[in-house]
Design a protein around this ligand. Structure first.
Ligand SMILES: *Cc1c(COP(=O)(O)O)cnc(C)c1O
Length: 365
């Protein structure tokens, strides 16, 4: 058949091992998943209350324009409802951007190493994907990325903070990049971990949208809001850019339930504050562990941390899994010798670090 030639050799996304699989393989009663940067506290208790009491008409299509959640997010962010596009997770917004702008005639630029979906979608559209090495500290090298921009460049992706390093590229560098980048290049700033950022020099890029209509910001309900199962994320941009992206969106891409639940969760900012506070405390536990054992780590502004464990990533990953902890092996991320660990609850982190300490001490002997 006449499949796109760029699909040859392209693999479907490989999700991590499920908790059930790991339980069965190692005969464990309990498995803790710290691999996908989900919220260890779950989501706002108001979501559960809502789900227990609400009944929706299953036979009806959802609101295709997601009006209620759109208005709620617009008010929360102080932007116009027409400056938002909702996706089935921000993953889908990435797909829509690729569908709307990428083709074999253009190129697109991102960091090497960053969130895998930018490259994946670029390949499907047949666009030339240009990867620019990260700085030593895991931030984006925006000067080199700017040098790579050509007349054929359609989209530049800036993942901030970057997954998997957790590093925050300074706002001043992004602002300067926007000033110098051609106005016909879409600059996407993926802020999936926005809620966790506490750097003093961080500037919320929403305030730059008027000055740079070619800027698009991505946010999600999957991480700090703890609603990954509901698949809801969104883009924030100028009205012109949103209007150009909208026709690529499926008519009913967010379910009724996901729209409702996101709106309930958005109202509970206390839960987000609690999440962020606990994460901040627990991040210190990992930092202290690394300092104690002289392990290199990336300073993180997220709910995960990338640690150079100075050992084979897959072996360490397997060992931790046999003890009931699923993390992300650096080999899967293109960073051999490292582990990416989602920061869990105090109990989870203590347990995991105890196991990791055994390994680190063994290595030192
Ligand atoms: C998790 C993640 C996403 C995807 O989030 P969804 O809204 O669940 O699709 C996008 N970008 C980055 C950097 C992420 O880490």
């Amino acid at each position: 058949m006449k499949f796109k030639k760029q699909l040859a050799g392209l693999q479907a996304y490989k999700p991590g091992r499920t908790m059930e699989e790991v339980k069965k393989q190692f005969g464990l009663n309990q498995v803790i998943k710290l691999a996908s940067n989900e919220n260890p506290l779950g989501s706002s208790p108001k979501v559960r209350e809502y789900l227990a009491t609400q009944s929706i008409d299953f036979a009806l299509y959802p609101d295709g324009y997601a009006q209620t959640i759109r208005d709620a997010v617009a008010e929360h962010l102080n932007v116009k409802p027409t400056q938002l596009i909702f996706g089935n997770g921000s993953d889908e917004v990435i797909l829509l951007i690729a569908r709307a702008l990428l083709s074999p005639e253009v190129n697109t630029i991102a960091a090497d190493i960053t969130f895998s979906q930018y490259a994946h979608n670029a390949k499907i559209e047949g666009a030339d994907f240009i990867a620019v090495a990260l700085n030593e500290d895991g931030t984006h090298d925006l000067e080199t990325m700017l040098q790579k921009v050509t007349d054929q460049t359609a989209v530049v992706w800036i993942c901030n903070p970057n997954n998997p390093t957790g590093s925050l590229t300074p706002s001043s560098a992004i602002y300067s990049f926007l000033q110098q980048a051609p106005k016909d290049v879409l600059v996407v700033v993926d802020e999936a971990y926005f809620e966790y950022v506490d750097a003093e020099d961080y500037i919320n890029p929403i305030q730059w949208l008027e000055e740079f209509p070619n800027l698009l910001i991505l946010r999600t309900f999957s991480k700090a809001y703890g609603l990954a199962a509901f698949r809801i994320g969104y883009g924030i941009g100028s009205e012109q850019v949103i209007a150009q992206l909208e026709p690529t969106r499926e008519p009913f891409n967010n379910t009724t339930l996901s729209q409702d639940v996101a709106q309930v969760a958005l109202q509970d900012q206390q839960f987000i504050a609690h999440t962020v506070e606990q994460n901040k405390q627990e991040k210190q536990r990992y930092v202290a562990f690394c300092e104690k054992h002289g392990l290199r780590y990336f300073p993180t502004q997220t709910n995960f941390i990338l640690i150079d464990i100075e050992q084979d990533s897959d072996e360490t990953f397997q060992y931790l899994m046999s003890k009931g902890y699923i993390v992300r092996s650096g080999n899967a991320l293109g960073l051999p010798g490292t582990l990416r660990i989602t920061i869990g609850t105090p109990e989870q982190n203590k347990g995991l670090l105890q196991e990791l300490e055994q390994l680190v001490l063994k290595q030192k002997v």
